[in-house]
Design a protein around this ligand. Structure first.
Ligand SMILES: Nc1ncnc2c1ncn2[C@@H]1O[C@H](COP(=O)(O)OP(=O)(O)OP(=O)(O)O)[C@@H](O)[C@H]1O
Length: 446
């Protein structure tokens, strides 16, 4: 068994490698290991605020890191420095069934019965993804393994992925189909560690015919989860079981994703889904109107399809809004009615057409620097910070890829954009002033 000091030193190293400096100094450095009995690590913290932050934010990371180090499930227990000599009760133990961090075993995993191939409209932007999905649903584990869909928000990745699962179940009712989001996978894994049920977890995830993991970009930074997923992947792959993954970007662009996972994700077929063109948007709306039994003139469908150009989920939302407005007014859906219903919406959706140049202009004005400075290489703090903020906003508020954002900032590498994004994300958590500035900037950009 490791000594408490040695274990804490190793844990602290892991936090250091994965936490911005300021955050490390604030939350982790002041922690003292009090005792370790082989399963419970008691840590002493300087304040209630620290305890709250550890319980809500850092405990899951600690459990993951401890698992990597000891291959065992270690439960942290937090006490205050002022209580060190007092008796210690169990009330602060982070415990699987009643923890305050909300990472109880996920109940996700249901396939949405509406996400089928029948209800999926094929267009230029998703033709290839659709064809690959169909092949995989007919011959899972054979041709494209893993099948990896990537693309912007609301473009049908989940729909297509689940269509594969739904078809498999329809064709082979005994097929073991498992669908999870990457967050659910992570939560299940952490929960399994805490409750000593890693074997059951493995049984559940490795004993399937097809494993579908949605939005795997959220594996970034999750070292132990990536490790576990690596083994899950290998087991399934070696057994010719199908793996389907989705992400908002190509594997190479997912920050802190282990190289061995990046390369495995590229073994099969990475295929992108791009925003639908006008014809596809019209077809999607017609299909939806038919399903919902709505009478809409084609001129009106055309009008609605022109209001949203980058996101199918939003397009559906716009149609629902028109539908609700027509019901409210007791009038049939016409172009005039749609115009009225969507008048207020124009402003809300504008952020999606926002360009990187808009962001650069606004940020430059806000911080009194020039756009050229934002695109340049000057290392002055008064310029570096606005530059990173502009990159952060470009990532947050537009659908541009990291390389494209880098390019628009004077031809910088995409890793510079990732770095800026992570830096600002971390800073916002601690710096209320910065958080306010970013909120103001966002408001101005909407
Ligand atoms: N080609 C399509 N035909 C019909 N419906 C579609 C199509 N593409 C997307 N949709 C619908 O748009 C909505 C959003 O799709 P989905 O949730 O699959 O997007 P996503 O790419 O997984 O988004 P996210 O990145 O947010 O996870 C769903 O209701 C889906 O049914």
């Amino acid at each position: 068994m490791l000594d408490k000091e040695v274990l804490w030193a190793e844990l602290s190293d892991k936090f250091k490698a994965n936490t911005p400096k300021l955050s490390f100094e604030t939350w982790i450095e002041p922690v003292k290991p009090i005792s370790f009995d082989g399963s419970t690590l008691t840590l002493s913290l300087p304040s209630e605020l620290h305890r709250d932050y550890w319980e809500k934010q850092l405990a899951p990371n600690l459990i993951e890191y401890a698992f990597v180090i000891t291959k065992d499930n270690i439960i942290p227990k937090f006490i205050l420095d002022s209580d060190v000599n007092a008796s210690t009760d169990d009330s602060n133990t982070v415990n699987s069934s009643k923890n305050s961090t909300g990472y109880a075993l996920s109940k996700e995993g249901h396939l949405n019965p509406h996400y089928t191939f029948d209800t999926f409209i094929i267009g230029k932007g998703n033709q290839m993804a659709h064809a690959a999905a169909l092949i995989v649903s007919e011959e899972p584990g054979k041709l494209y393994n893993p099948l990896f869909f990537y693309g912007g928000v609301g473009l049908g990745k989940t729909h297509l992925m689940q269509a594969i699962g739904n078809k498999l179940v329809a064709d082979h009712p005994d097929a073991k189909v498992k669908y999870v989001t990457s967050e659910a996978f992570t939560n299940d894994f952490i929960n399994a560690i805490q409750t000593n049920q890693t074997e059951e977890f493995r049984q559940e995830y490795r004993n399937v015919d097809i494993l579908m993991v949605d939005d795997i970009q959220f594996f970034a930074d999750k070292e132990a989860t990536q490790e576990e997923f690596f083994h899950t992947f290998n087991d399934l792959y070696n057994d010719d079981k199908q793996i389907v993954l989705t992400s908002d970007r190509v594997p190479q662009e997912i920050p802190k994703l282990q190289d061995r996972l990046v390369s495995r994700f590229a073994w099969g077929l990475p295929v992108d889904i791009t925003p639908p063109d006008l014809e596809t948007r019209i077809a999607i709306l017609q299909n939806k109107a038919e399903i919902d039994q709505l009478e809409i003139p084609s001129e009106t469908i055309n009008y609605i399809a022109n209001q949203v150009d980058s996101n199918v989920r939003e397009l559906e939302g716009v149609l629902s809004r028109v539908q609700a407005y027509s019901r409210l007014k007791g009038e049939p859906i016409t172009t005039d009615l749609a115009y009225e219903a969507l008048r207020g919406l124009k402003l809300e959706t504008q952020s999606h057409q926002l360009s990187i140049v808009d962001i650069q202009t606004q940020v430059a004005e806000y911080y009194h620097v020039s756009v050229n400075d934002l695109k340049g290489k000057k290392r002055l703090a008064s310029i570096v910070m606005p530059r990173q903020i502009a990159m952060y906003l470009a990532r947050e508020m537009t659908n541009n890829s990291l390389p494209k954002i880098g390019k628009e900032f004077g031809g910088k590498d995409h890793t510079t954009v990732i770095h800026a994004y992570e830096k600002i994300t971390e800073k916002i958590k601690l710096d209320t002033g910065l958080r306010k500035e970013i909120t103001e900037l966002k408001k101005g950009l909407r």
